[in-house]
Design a protein around this ligand. Structure first.
Ligand SMILES: Nc1ncnc2c1ncn2[C@@H]1O[C@H](COP(=O)(O)OP(=O)(O)OP(=O)(O)O)[C@@H](O)[C@H]1O
Ligand SMILES: [Mg+2]
Length: 364
């Protein structure tokens, strides 16, 4: 059993003055014209579940213009638990409370996991490596506190090492930093590779069911391959050995650029459709379906690892898919616990699907 959201209240949030919505378990379709606030609603839900927004806004942008603060209150229940999460945004700062106790954003992680798919997720396939790392790291952070900790530690070490390169630090002091960054870097790449494998096998099955048997493969491409070293595996020991070898190889470039050029911050994920690189060759629809399959795979992996299904938020997904892909998606959705899909047009949904969903209409 998983927690499901029962109620969402917004005050001074983006275009909403005050808005109260009861949310049923199962599938809710939120329908309304352009600019009514459908995407804003999903953003609010992601902020009080995963603790972040897919829009990566400055916090002030979320507060309704000419209002002092934005508030989001969410009530969720399940598993004999009740969870009230509130978020207040004021003066470009966020304040979270969980059951009325002040908490940090990261205290939310893992309580009500949430997977979001928006039209911009296409960039996960066609954009730079950073987009792919971000996608997998967001899943990793929600799945495991140790993943989130490794990332925080690695980010700190990377900053320190880059500062040391800029200061032209050498000798023992640099050696000590190298040792630490190799250790934490190997752990992070290994953790990421394990997660990538889990997601990849589920995404392949989902993609093939959506795309008439076409093959999707996804593989972590560790940072050291950019130095011409082979990808002989990403277990922690293999990653440690590879990074230990890679650092001296990269030394000249790193000294010249005063930047750490190898390590998990330079890993990538390679998506292939029908055996060829999706970034360069896939059509828009193929890229979109691959990104969607990856996100739906997250739902399954979260369920496997945390024992409960996440909330699934799909922004305007139907308009982007052809009829076969829409009906394949509908089938997958029937297995989720709580899904909220936005659309400007109900005609994208088959009547038999709508009969088993809650339709919420947003009107001016
Ligand atoms: N801080 C803010 N204050 C006031 N209005 C805002 C703020 N931030 C965003 N908006 C407004 O919210 C409106 C609704 O945005 P949203 O992206 O949720 O629309 P939508 O229903 O998803 O539309 P579409 O169907 O076009 O995707 C936009 O017109 C935008 O100008
Ligand atoms: Mg929208």
């Amino acid at each position: 059993m998983a927690l499901t959201i029962n109620e969402l209240e917004l005050k001074g949030f983006r275009n909403y003055d005050r808005f109260l919505m009861q949310i049923n378990p199962g599938i809710s379709v939120v329908v309304g014209p352009n600019a009514i606030g459908k995407t804003n609603l999903l953003e609010a839900i992601q902020l009080v579940t995963a603790g972040e927004s897919f829009r990566r806004p400055k916090w002030t942008e979320i507060v309704k213009m000419n209002e002092p603060a934005a508030l989001v209150n969410m009530k969720a229940s399940g598993d004999g638990q009740i969870l009230d999460v509130s978020l207040k945004i004021k003066n470009n700062r966020r304040e979270y409370t969980i059951n009325e106790k002040r908490k940090r954003p990261k205290d939310l992680l893992g309580r009500i996991p949430c997977v979001v798919f928006t039209p911009d997720d296409l960039f996960m396939i066609k954009g730079p490596a950073e987009e792919r790392r971000r996608t997998i790291d967001e899943a990793g952070d929600q799945l495991s506190a140790s993943y989130a900790r490794l990332r925080t530690t690695y980010t700190r070490l990377l900053k320190q090492r880059n500062a040391a390169l800029r200061a032209e630090v050498v000798g023992e002091q640099m050696g000590a930093l190298d040792e630490q960054i190799v250790d934490v870097g190997a752990k992070l790449t290994a953790h990421r590779a394990r997660l990538a494998n889990r997601l990849a096998s589920k995404a392949a099955a989902l993609y093939s069911s959506m795309a008439d048997g076409e093959e999707l493969s996804v593989e972590l491409q560790p940072s050291w391959t950019r130095l011409g070293m082979p990808n002989t595996g990403c277990s922690e020991d293999e990653a440690r050995a590879a990074l230990t070898k890679a650092l001296p190889k990269a030394a000249r470039e790193e000294r010249a650029r005063m930047l750490t050029t190898v390590g998990p911050h330079r890993d990538d994920l390679i998506f292939k459709i029908g055996g060829v690189d999706a970034r360069t060759y896939a059509s828009q629809g193929q890229q979109r379906s691959a990104a969607l399959a990856w996100k739906l795979a997250e739902v399954g992996v979260i369920e496997d690892l945390l024992g409960s299904k996440p909330i699934l938020l799909l922004d305007d997904v139907m308009s982007e898919l052809d009829k076969n892909r829409r009906s394949a998606l509908t089938k997958v959705l029937s297995y989720t616990t709580q899904t909220i899909i936005t659309t400007a047009n109900l005609q994208y949904f088959a009547p038999e699907m709508l009969s088993s969903t809650t339709v919420v209409e947003l009107a001016p």
